[in-house]
Every structure is written in C-alpha cells, then in structure tokens.
Design a protein around this ligand. Structure first.
Ligand code: GLN
Length: 493
C-alpha cells in the first residue's frame, strides 16, 4: 500500500473521493509523521484531533453519498499567525504566550469550510519578521535539507519556515503561509516546494496577526502548482470584515491551468541582475527563460528602474506599520503581563514589552517609531511611500510590454543557521527579489527550478499583473513540467 504521506493535495482529494483510501487513514498517517518529527521544530502546537475530526466528516459525507467539499480529507498545517479558535496562537512571540483566541481567522475558517483539517500550528519568525525562522521565541525551525556529508543545520527560510519545512519533509501535503515581503516565496524556494502570494486583497487579513497591514497577504505553500491553485481557491474570497478585501469572485484557477504559453510574453527585468549574484542563480534564471520559451512564450527584456530602492523602502514602510500594529501588546489585552511589585500602568507596559518581544521585533518597532516621528516622517516615511508609488508604476509600465515577469526568488540557496543572524542587513538582503512585488501588491509565486552544487533547492519567481494569479500559476506550471524537480530531503530526523 502507498505511503499516504507521499501524496499531495490533489491526489488525496481524488483518492478520498474515489474511495481508494479513507480520509481517516490519511489524517492518521500525517499525524504520525508530525509526531515523529520533533527534531525539526516545525510545529508549535499539534492538533491531531482536529485533523481526525475533519477526516471523519469527509468519510461520513462520502458514505452518505454527498458531494465532497473541495478539500475533504486533506489535512494541512496552519502558520501560527492565523488565529484559531480555542487553539493557542502566539505568532512565535512570548508576548502572546498563553493567548487562546476566542475567534477563528477568515482564511482558516474558509479552509475548514472547504473540508480541510488541521495538523497543527506552525512555527515562524516572530510576528513574521525574518527570513530564516531564527527570530522565533520558541526555537528556530531546522530545514529538513542538508548539504551532503554535512550535518550543519540549514535555515528553512522565513518567515513561513515551519510551513516550508512541514511540506518539504512530508509532514503535511500543504500549509498556509503569509507573505509581507517574501515570506511565502523565499522559504518555498529554500525547501524545494511551491508557494503563491496572491494579489493584495484576495485573502482576508481578518484574524491574521498583523505585521504590516498594507503588505500582508496569506497564501498556500504546497508540493506543486496544482496543489497551490486548489488551496488558494479555498483560502481566498471577499470578506466584509477586512476593509481591504477585494469584492471579487474567486476564479476556478485549477480548472483553467494550462501550460500553453503561446501568445504570452515573459518579461525579464534587467535590474534584477544584481552584483555578486552567484553564477548558479544566473544559470537557473537562464534555464527558466529557456523553459518558458519552450512553452511557447516570447521573451522580452524589460526595465524596472526603481528596483534598487525597493528594499530600503520596504524596510521603512514595513517597520512603520509594524510599530503601529504592535502597539496593542500592552500586557492588558493579550497573553503576557509583566507587573513588577508596586508598578504603575506605564511600568507594566514597559516591562511587558521588554520581556515579551524578541530582539528583531524590538529593532523593527524602534525603526518604525523613528521613521514616523515628527521631524523624520517626511525624510523617511513619506519618501518611502513615494518610492513605493514609483515601483508600482515601473511594474505597470513593464506589464504594458509583457504578461508575467520571471526572476530568481532569492539571491542564494538556503544558508546555515546562525550564518546571517549577527548582521540584520545581510539578512534583509535576502528579500531583494521578493519585496518589489509586495510593495506593488502583485501576485507572485516561487516554483522549484533545480539544485545548486550542494544539492540544495533553488526557486524561480513569477510575478503577475494585478488579479492575474492564473497567468502566474500557468507560467509556474510550465516551469514545473520542464524542471522535473523531484528532489526530496533525506530523512535524518
Ligand atoms: N523577510 C522579510 C522581513 O523580515 C519578509 C517577512 C515576511 O514576508 N513576513 O520583513
């Protein structure tokens, strides 16, 4: 009998529907995998009973001859940034330790409504701030990947590193991620899986712990492009509880998947050829160009002249919004409260925040309050907002000449844990290719393209026009078919 944990979302859905196996068997198999993978530290909370209950509901529906829901029998992992009713939710921060939400986020509720079950809550960079998962207050996630003959632990990417690890290690067929500046795409690239950040506004932000509200978007991380399309359909949709939610129907992305790119133009932005980019990344990018040409697309060079200002603008805007969003953690309303003997209210605020936030979160709050303060606001925040507009215009202009853009996802393969921790700027540089699409609110996805000389995965990024997730998924699928990426990490955990 097949090991059910080798199956992806589409295969599980179809197998349950066709009666090849029971949803309960699937949930039991994944629960067992999760239980045996503590060494990876991917899960902050395990919820095997949630997965089993959803599976039993799917099996009962099938036995009763009902039409099954789109994700019936599919157990998934939930990034611990989504509030889940009755299940501890911490954003990997001590300041939320002990917080059990009395409500369910819209995205997670949408997934449960589609029949999915939850295997557990996934570790992440604290408040989704980071690119390696090392800012989690509950220990970093360790990538299931290793260099050959080398046991040095590698970063799973971040901030959705628990999600990338769970999917690539076969602990879950799919997982939710969130992406503010690359947190779905970069960890997907580091672990050899696929992930898509939809157009800003496609997925409701309600009940998702806020980092930078004008950038935050939820999206799926899964083994392949089809699985991402299926999961995104379930996650997306208008929600009156989020003022920035788009009032649009969710397209049937899976049904419209096609790898025929005839008549499509793929833009290659010349400014993404950054100095010091490893030869292997260049070569993979060229390979991606050849694959898309082979799929029928015409390749055009385009220019995004303000690309070099994207990273600095992002690292002003995101901390500015974060400093405001994180003001609510005061020791009164959620989680941790540090109340020194005889202390007043201000002391309690200060003590709680000093004890509860990690260093990276504090760094962002300090930067954010600085760039928003009187006297500096115009020099930093207003300037960054202007740059953001120019970046969005660059994309608009480029999309006059092409349908999608192709770039590398990250400037390197996974680095070792600890390697960039001491230097925040080196860490921020990892986001150089992912933040521009975030600032412009565009859909963007990472698909695995190949392996580097050490056998570690490398990802290719496709960026699309607003609302053109289909174009992104189709180009991703065209690459997936040609790349034939089947590498999986060897289990050592
Ligand atoms: N690595 C980026 C940061 O630290 C992006 C994080 C994210 O997308 N949540 O801000």
């Amino acid at each position: 009998m097949t090991d059910l944990t080798t199956l992806g979302i589409a295969a599980i859905r179809d197998g349950v529907r066709d009666g090849q196996f029971k949803a309960r068997e699937v949930a039991e198999a994944f629960n067992a995998k999760v239980a045996g993978a503590d060494a990876l530290n991917a899960f902050l909370v395990k919820t095997p009973e949630h997965a089993l209950a959803a599976a039993d509901a799917a099996d009962a529906a099938r036995a009763a001859g009902e039409t099954l829901k789109p994700l019936a029998g599919v157990p998934i992992g939930m990034k611990d940034l989504f509030a889940t009713k009755g299940v501890a939710t911490t954003a990997a921060s001590k300041i939320l330790e002990g917080f059990v939400p009395p409500y369910e986020s819209t995205v997670s509720q949408n997934l449960w409504n589609a029949g999915a079950g939850m295997l557990g809550k996934l570790n992440l960079d604290q408040f989704a701030m980071g690119s390696s998962n090392e800012t989690s207050a509950f220990g970093n996630v360790i990538s299931p990947w290793r260099r050959p003959n080398d046991t040095a632990p590698l970063a799973p990417g971040g901030s959705s590193g628990g999600s990338s690890t769970a999917v690539s290690a076969g602990l879950a067929p799919g997982a939710t991620g969130t992406d503010t500046g690359g947190s779905i795409r970069q960890p997907a690239a580091f672990t050899g899986i696929s992930g898509i950040k939809p157009t800003y506004g496609r997925c409701s932000r309600w009940g998702t712990i806020a980092f930078a509200s004008s950038l935050d978007q939820a999206g799926p991380m899964a083994r392949d492009v089809r699985d991402c399309a299926i999961m995104l359909e379930a996650m997306a949709g208008f929600d009156a509880k989020d003022a920035t939610s788009l009032k649009l129907d969710v397209p049937n992305w899976e049904a419209a998947l096609s790898t025929d790119l005839k008549g499509k133009k793929v833009g290659v932005p010349k400014e993404y050829r950054v100095d010091g980019m490893p030869g292997e990344i260049e070569a993979l990018w060229q390979q991606g160009i050849d694959w898309l040409r082979d799929a029928g697309a015409e390749i055009v060079e385009v220019s995004l002249p303000h690309t070099k200002y994207a990273l600095p603008a992002y690292y002003i805007i995101a901390p500015a919004e974060a400093s405001s969003n994180l003001a609510r953690y005061d020791g009164v309303r959620y989680g941790l409260r540090d109340l020194p003997e005889g202390a007043g209210l201000q002391d309690m605020y200060a003590a709680t925040r000093a004890a509860g936030f990690g260093d990276e979160v504090k760094r962002r709050i300090l930067i954010g309050t600085y760039v928003l303060s009187a006297g500096f606001y115009d020099a930093y925040y207003t300037q960054a907002q202007k740059v953001r507009t120019l970046i969005a215009r660059d994309f608009e202009r480029a999309f006059g000449e092409c349908d999608v853009l192709l770039t590398p996802t990250a400037p390197s393969a996974a680095f070792a844990l600890g390697e960039k921790q001491a230097d925040p700027l080196a860490m921020y540089l990892n986001d150089v290719f992912t933040v521009p699409a975030s600032l412009a609110g565009l859909p963007a996805m990472s698909v695995p393209g190949g392996l580097d000389k050490d056998g570690l995965p490398l990802g290719l990024q496709i960026i699309g026009k607003p609302l053109d997730e289909q174009g992104v998924l189709n180009a991703g699928l065209a690459i997936e078919q040609r790349a034939g990426f089947t590498a999986r990490p060897q289990a050592w955990w």
